[in-house]
Design a protein around this ligand. Structure first.
Ligand code: 5AD
Ligand code: SF4
Length: 457
């Protein structure tokens, strides 16, 4: 933190995944030395950055409607004799480039996910109204080398990007085009960043990557090696990682779940669908059965692991029987949480050109059925914690006075009446009740040790 108050106001709106959350924080870090301080409203800001998501059509549309609103604010600011620079960052920037400025002239600059270190130069050009105001290269190594070492982190949990891009080319997905080829950051750079975060009081890191379990630090140790290394960083008590591909879930990583105390028992492992015909058309490189066997091996290593997934309904060619296979797979796995979507046709992806596109009403109905089942499972998973003692990392004060809020090892939000000095601590609590979305707790009786779910049943 600088001692003088920031003179310029920066508003960043983040859409989409956690990688964008990380990137937004890093953009603020790049801009801080230039005198920009973060504000939580775009009205009157000197610089507005929309960090965008392109994964589904709806996400992209949202960006353009927000830009319409920003345009009016920019005009008001100009009327008042000020200037507002409008930047579009993230995956829409990467995918649509100069088209964005053509469609919405209020946009001053466009910066792709690998080019955030070039923001100061792009902003200077926007002020001068001269020079190229689009940067969308794919040089992930340059980006990480050029980002400032210091991160402004206030909380006790943080995201840490370790890998970017994807080589999997699932036929529905834009990520390989917007984020480029797989790139892994060197383990030493990641460890340095983790140590600095721990020094700033962070107790839990979530390692991020579009395909994080394909992490390859060049030492043959993969993500498991990186997790082992980070588990030794003093102060880092909890490690998570997301998002993983079933094909990259190697034995070392599975074993790590049984061996490394700091590695939390939660795994987001998208399957997308339960029909082998659909999985093949999606180019997923696994079958329903190979996924189920994989889950068995993971559960053998860590019986209480909470599983989460992503699902797409209404992929081209999906018949009723295929959808039933998805429901059956969900019943067999038993998810603790999940994200599910209607297939969205993305221009330029192979699936967009496939025959057998599914009517929206059918997608809608399938999504409702799938979500009802997933919600039932989530409730059951949460209810099953009642009566157990779990270690909770308390992160902040709750909405109600005298309440603190944290996360269980299984990533469930936990609420408790308790003193504010619990914030930043990992404390054993007894779960007293559960809803679909969260748990309520009371301080654990003296001397009770946290239990794993598998031990308690
Ligand atoms: N339509 C619907 N959902 C999609 N996803 C990715 N691309 C699409 C698409 N075209 C979902 C997948 C992925 C998650 C991040 O978003 O389930 O795992
Ligand atoms: Fe997209 Fe598939 Fe890569 Fe995930 S693994 S980012 S769904 S292409």
């Amino acid at each position: 933190m600088t001692s003088s108050a920031p003179q310029k106001r920066l508003y960043i709106k983040t859409y989409g995944c956690q990688m964008n959350v990380y990137d937004s924080e890093r953009m603020a870090d790049v801009l801080r030395p230039l005198g920009y301080g973060v504000t939580d409203t775009p009205e009157g800001a000197d610089l507005v950055v929309l960090n965008t998501c392109h994964i589904r059509e709806k996400a992209t549309e949202k960006v353009y409607s927000e830009l319409g609103r920003i345009k009016r604010m920019k005009a008001r600011r100009a009327d008042a004799g000020g200037e507002m620079v409008v930047a579009v960052a993230g995956c829409v920037a990467q995918a649509e480039g100069a088209e964005i400025m053509a469609r919405q002239p209020a946009v001053d600059l466009v910066v792709g996910p690998q080019a955030y270190h070039q923001l100061p130069e792009l902003i200077a050009r926007a002020h001068r109204k001269s020079g190229e105001r689009l940067s969308a290269d794919f040089a992930a190594d340059e980006k990480f080398d050029a980002l400032p070492a210091a991160r402004a982190t206030e909380g006790f949990t943080a995201f840490l990007t370790v890998q970017e891009g994807c080589d999997k080319f699932c036929t529905f997905c834009v990520v390989p085009y917007t984020r480029g080829a797989e790139y892994s950051r060197p383990a030493t750079a990641i460890e340095d960043e983790a140590r600095r975060l721990a020094d700033q009081g962070v107790r839990e890191v979530t390692l991020l990557g579009q395909n994080v379990n394909a992490y390859d630090g060049g030492d043959g140790q993969g993500l498991a090696g990186l997790v082992r290394r980070l588990a030794k960083v003093p102060g880092l008590d909890r490690i998570r990682y997301t998002t993983s591909h079933p094909a990259d879930m190697d034995e070392a990583l599975i074993a790590a779940h049984g061996e490394i105390e700091a590695l939390m028992p939660y795994l987001h492992l998208p399957v997308q669908a339960g029909s082998d015909k659909v999985l093949k058309a999606m180019n997923r490189a696994h079958t329903a059965d190979s996924y189920l066997r994989l889950i068995e091996r993971i559960r053998a290593a860590r019986p209480d692991i909470a599983l989460s997934g992503d699902f797409i309904v209404g992929f081209p060619g999906e018949r009723d029987a295929d959808f039933e296979a998805t429901l059956n797979l969900v019943r067999e796995v038993g998810y603790a949480s999940a994200f599910s979507f209607k297939y969205s046709r993305r221009p330029g992806t192979p699936a967009a050109a496939m025959t057998g596109q599914v009517a929206d009403a059918v997608k809608e109905e399938r999504l409702a059925r799938l979500q009802a089942l997933l919600e039932e499972q989530q409730s059951a998973f949460n209810q099953a914690q009642a009566g157990r003692v779990l270690p909770v990392l308390f992160e902040r004060a709750g909405r109600k006075a005298g309440q603190v809020v944290g996360r269980s090892p299984y990533l469930q939000p936990v609420h408790m009446e308790g003193p504010a000095d619990l914030i930043g601590q990992i404390a054993p609590v007894r779960i007293v009740s559960a809803t679909r979305g969260s748990l309520a707790a009371e301080p654990a009786p003296q001397g009770s040790a946290p239990q794993r779910v598998a031990e308690a049943v």
